[in-house]
Ligand binder design. Structure first.
Ligand code: SD4
Length: 315
């Protein structure tokens, strides 16, 4: 509803992202500016899964993916970007100042530096360094993505490696996706991540891919997600959720249908990965659904103060 701005972000750490976005929305600013601020806020935070403090790839380097999309189908994206603190803002620059949608790797970094972004040293955060050293002990290429209800494997009697968990087992957080509706009734979204921890060098997930990790159609709604990127990419996940909403489904129903589509392809494999969608329609209705239990999202509006909700899940 025009006049009632609202912002929704993935995970309970969405409180940090929404903290960046809300002041912009509250003063009547645009959704696109709000979601960029959401990205900046979470990229400033040192955590496992977003920004330069995130877990590295298996070669020990942090590579970042991000995209942003406004209410006019304008979009920008960067992938496999190294040593730049705010990939979301580089994605915004790609959107605002180039005829392109996506820049990757060295070219994206070159573009960022040419536009005044500082080339950071590229050292690992203390937490990431510790986690990486631990991972190196076995160097098992078996990345597991945010299966929050993961239990010790009975067959092996030890805990599976879960990069989204802190040492004491409490869930840390993952990819940050944010969608927002502004006072003028326009929608925008962004997604930012360091991607799957200990991924192959050069691996890019869904998060910087328009239609996969994020999609916005101002006539319908805005959708973003977190989880196993490969599963999202092959179903064009966020776009799929928008299309389900176009058919008249509620945000939650649309997210549920997309999750079911992902699971249907390989129901056995689906038991071991997580994907969670959040959706916001143009009327300001919010919904979410995930493969596994444990996915959460944070909503902020004039009446809802950074409230964390648990998403319904298939399993
Ligand atoms: C990826 N979708 O790189 C990201 C990771 C993620 O919560 O969302 N983690 O596949």
């Amino acid at each position: 509803i025009a006049g009632q701005p609202l912002v929704v972000s993935t995970w309970d750490s969405g409180t940090i992202a929404n903290g960046g976005a809300w002041p912009v929305l509250q003063r009547g600013g645009k959704a696109i500016d709000a979601v960029e601020q959401a990205g900046i806020a979470i990229e400033n935070d040192i955590n496992c899964c977003v920004g330069l403090g995130g877990n590295p790839d298996r070669d020990g380097r942090v590579t970042l993916d991000s995209c942003i999309m406004d209410d006019q189908f304008n979009c920008g994206s960067v992938a496999f970007l190294e040593r730049i603190k705010h990939p979301v803002s580089v994605a915004r620059k790609v959107m605002d100042t180039t005829p392109h949608v996506m820049l990757v790797g060295e070219g994206a970094q070159q573009f960022a530096v040419a536009n005044g972004f500082v080339l950071e040293p590229g050292t690992l955060s203390a937490d990431a360094d510790k986690t990486y050293r631990k991972w190196l002990e076995k160097s098992e290429y078996k990345p597991i993505i945010n299966v929050e209800n993961q239990k010790p494997s009975p067959s092996k009697g030890k805990k599976a490696f879960a990069p989204n968990k802190l040492e004491d087992g409490t869930p840390n957080h993952d990819t940050m996706g944010t969608v927002a509706l502004d006072a003028a009734g326009n929608l925008s979204g962004m997604c930012t991540t360091s991607g799957m921890g200990f991924k192959m060098r050069g691996r890019v997930g869904d998060s910087p891919i328009i239609g996969a990790g994020l999609y916005v159609d101002n006539e319908v709604g805005a959708v973003t997600c977190s989880g196993q990127g490969e599963e999202v990419i092959r179903m064009c996940g966020s776009h799929l959720v928008v299309e389900f909403m176009r058919q008249g489904m509620t945000p939650t129903e649309a997210c549920r249908r997309a999750v079911e589509r992902i699971i249907k392809r390989d129901p056995v494999k689906a038991k071991d990965f997580q994907v969670g969608f959040i959706a916001l329609n143009r009327r300001g209705e919010v919904g979410a659904f995930s493969v596994q239990k444990g996915f959460s999202y944070t909503v902020t509006s004039a009446t809802i103060q950074n409230k964390v909700y648990k998403a319904e899940s298939y399993f």
